[in-house]
Structures are given as structure tokens and as C-alpha cells.
Design a protein around this ligand. Structure first.
Ligand code: NIG
Ligand code: FE
Length: 417
């Protein structure tokens, strides 16, 4: 049934069709005892409960609709996880153990482990195996309120294997009821066979992959990092991607301060992500050029690194988004509840800012702010109903799931019994 009527809800939402910047991130619209009407997957009414006239005019005379009484519960826009690597083959628990014993993320990568380890397993996997593994992860994300997920390629690193990953992402999109945003990340690492020949690998991406993957991927992303794709290679690649019509994302200033944020701003990227070591100039440039600063606190936590300077960015007027970075290496976690707690406790974000970061700003980081991220007429009917009537429960119930119901395009896709 495509008609849904939610009544007696405490509706909490940011407003608008674009990223919310700076101090505005702390401002949410609240409707006590609110109602929402969704028809054919689209929100058609948001207001006070008992909208009898609207039920009649919107759903039509005699139409049937599903009704949810949300008394005692907060309703938020569906969460947007705007940075994931959830399609991959194999796991890397032994590397995690090495890190516990003192090895660094980059030292493992330099010895041929890390991303290359997952590349080896992914190259051997079939599309069906990749999809099955990703669906297992996605089901958990849905149970934590995620209704849109960006998913990157980047564990193939040759034409056929990247094509296979993008095919898996597309199948994932067609199988699940949530929105999947595909990103091409051929420049995630330098594959073994191109070791010491980074610019030749970049040439290969530009000439063979970018033109062919334009239909399959909305975004092009790059791991801009010392000893990976440094500034000049990143620039060359992303200029080529931009000229083909890709929207741009950057893994920027994650391990060292290289100027990835500045480059993202200069090239008009939609988002720059990670930013643990971003410079003051990078922050200023992102604020000026409307680059969404996408922060991934679960990764900093798992790598035992300092968190990204969220407060500084918000005070400088940036639009900050939060995402999980779910991947088999640096951060094997898609825990939205833990991410919320870390952002509030260690990054000093307010609960209102966190909600904005996970909804409208995540949507903006996916290029979907016109359709997602707020509870307003005209937007997709993507909602999260919490078990509680108070948004303060979100960080307080540390690492625990507060989601009662997840709704995507007006359909209940998860219900916590
Ligand atoms: O965003 N930093 C690069 N890429 C991923 C990690 C990928 C992996 O370790 O498999 C990240 O953290
Ligand atoms: Fe990442």
C-alpha cells in the first residue's frame, strides 16, 4: 500500500533543499503532535494531527491508507549515509589485530596488505557474492534508520573488476528499497601491478575507465593522500572526471595534511571526506565554495586517531555531514548509534547539528538535497521513527539503536518488534 498516514508524532527536521551551513545546522523545525501524509512515496502534508480534510483531498475519497500512531515518538528524516565502501570481498580481521599490536594503517598498506588485500579477494568474487555480502550489511544499516546510502567501487582497480563492482552496486540499488548512490573510486589505491607507476595507472583510469563508467556512477572519488594519489595526480584525474560530467568527492587530509580540502574546493567538489588533518585554509575554502565536509568519526575511533575538527568547521560556516565509512579495513562498522555518540561526545557537535549532518547535509553530499533529508511536502517519504519522544536519547543511549521503524518512500522497511 503506498498511502501512509502518521499521526501524533513529534516531528523534528531541518528544512530546505540544500546543505545547511554553520550555525544554522543547530536549528531544527519541531512540530508537536504532528501528522505526515505520504502518497505514492512522496510527502504531501506535514502539520498538525487529525488533518481530516487533507486525508480526503490527498488520498482521495474512499482510498485506503496505512496508519501509524507515533504518540510518544520522535520522527526524523531518514538517515543518509553519504560515504560507504560496503561492496567488497573478504574481511581483514588479522590486520585489525596487527593494528591493535601497534602497526599503523599505512604501514600495513605499504607492505601489500590493506586495500590491496581486499582487492585480491574482490577480484575473485562474483557479482552475486559481492551483492550478498553487501545486502547483509545494508540490512543492518536499514535497521539503524538509513534510507539512502552512497556506495563506492574501488576494490577492483582494473577495468573488469571495477565494472564488476559497479554492477554489484547497481544490483544492490535495484534489489533494495533504499536509495543507493554509486561512486566510482578507481583511484582508491595503486594496484600491485602498477606499483611505482602511479601516473600510468592514473592514465589508465582516465582513458579506459572514466569514459565507460559514466552511466554506472554519479560521483568520482579519489584517495588523495601522501604516497597514494598526491595532489597533481588527483587534480589530473578529477579534472578529467569533471569534464566528463561526474560530480566529485575526495578522500582528503585523512592521514596527513596534504591540501586535499583545498583541491576539492578549487575543483568544485560536492564533498571532501575524512579531514582529520585539514588545514585552516582548507576549512575556509570548503565554507566559501560550499563543499560539504563529510566527517567519519567511526574511522578516527577505529584507527585511534584524533577526530576531525567539527566545531572549527561549523564555526567557519561549513556544512558538515556525518557518515559511517563502512569498509573492511580502516573502519568495519556501520553503527549509526555509535557514530552519533562519538560526534556528540568527542567532536563537540550538538544533537541538533548531528541530526542535520545525518539528514539534509548527507543528502547534499549525495547531490540529493532536493529530494531527501527533510520532512517537507514534495520530498521522498523517507522517515525514521524513534522508540523515544526525546532526541537527547540518541547520544545518551550510547551505541544502542533507538530506531523503532524505518520508512523509505512511504513503505515500512524495518520494524523493531
Ligand atoms: O575511507 N582511506 C581510504 N579508504 C577507506 C579505507 C579502505 C580500506 O581500508 O579498505 C577509508 O578509510
Ligand atoms: Fe572511505
Amino acid at each position: 500500500m503506498s498511502n501512509l498516514y502518521i499521526k501524533h508524532a513529534t516531528i523534528v527536521t531541518p528544512l530546505g533543499n540544500q546543505a545547511v551551513k554553520g550555525a544554522e545546522m543547530g536549528r531544527l523545525n519541531i512540530i508537536e503532535d504532528g501528522a505526515i501524509l505520504i502518497k505514492d512515496g512522496i510527502i504531501r502534508y506535514v502539520g498538525n494531527s487529525n488533518p481530516l480534510r487533507q486525508i480526503y483531498t490527498i488520498f482521495g475519497h474512499g482510498a485506503t491508507f496505512k496508519e501509524i500512531d507515533a504518540k510518544g515518538r520522535v520522527v526524523l528524516p531518514g538517515f543518509v549515509d553519504s560515504h560507504t565502501h560496503m561492496v567488497f570481498g573478504g574481511f581483514r580481521p588479522d590486520e585489525f589485530r596487527m593494528r591493535l599490536e601497534g602497526a599503523s594503517y599505512m604501514s600495513i598498506m605499504e607492505k601489500g596488505g590493506g586495500i590491496q588485500n581486499t582487492v585480491n579477494a574482490t577480484r575473485k568474487a562474483s557479482v552475486a557474492e559481492l551483492v550478498e555480502n553487501a545486502e547483509w550489511l545494508m540490512d543492518r544499516m536499514i535497521s539503524m534508520g538509513v534510507t539512502t546510502a552512497e556506495v563506492k567501487s574501488g576494490y577492483g582497480l582494473d577495468y573488469n573488476s571495477e565494472a564488476k563492482m559497479l554492477a554489484a552496486i547497481s544490483r544492490l540499488a535495484s534489489r533494495k528499497k533504499i536509495e543507493v548512490v554509486p561512486t566510482f573510486l578507481g583511484a582508491h589505491a595503486i594496484p600491485e601491478e602498477y606499483k611505482g607507476r602511479t601516473s600510468e595507472y592514473v592514465d589508465l583510469i582516465i582513458s579506459e575507465m572514466l569514459p565507460k563508467f559514466k552511466k554506472a556512477a554519479k560521483f568520482c572519488d579519489v584517495f588523495t593522500e601522501k604516497n597514494v594519489f598526491e595532489l597533481e595526480d588527483s587534480r589530473r584525474l578529477m579534472e578529467a572526471a569533471k569534464s566528463l560530467g561526474y560530480k566529485l568527492k575526495f578522500h582528503a587530509d585523512e592521514i596527513v595534511q596534504l591540501g586535499g580540502a583545498e583541491l576539492a574546493a578549487e575543483l568544485g567538489a560536492v564533498s571532501a571526506d575524512h579531514l582529520l588533518h585539514v588545514s585552516d585554509k582548507g576549512i575556509k575554502d570548503m565554507a566559501e565554495k560550499n563543499v560539504v565536509a563529510t566527517l567519519l568519526p567511526l574511522t578516527a575511533f577505529a584507527l585511534k586517531e584524533d577526530y576531525a575538527p567539527a566545531r572549527k568547521m561549523i564555526e567557519a560556516g561549513c556544512a558538515v555531514a556525518l557518515a559511517t565509512d563502512l569498509n573492511p579495513g580502516s573502519c568495519f562498522s556501520g553503527s549509526i548509534p555509535l557514530m552519533i555518540a562519538l560526534a556528540c561526545i568527542y567532536m563537540g557537535m550538538t544533537i541538533e547539528e548531528v541530526i542535520t549532518a545525518l539528514t539534509i547535509n548527507g543528502a547534499a553530499a549525495c547531490g540529493l538535497a532536493d529530494r531527501k533529508g527533510t520532512i517537507q511536502p514534495g520530498k521522498d517519504g523517507d522517515l525514521v521513527i524513534l522508540e523515544f519522544d526525546n532526541i537527547n536519547m540518541l547520544p545518551y543511549y550510547v551505541g544502542m539503536n533507538c530506531v523503532k521503524t524505518t520508512i523509505a518512500k512511504g513503505k515500512v522497511i524495518f520494524e523493531n518488534a
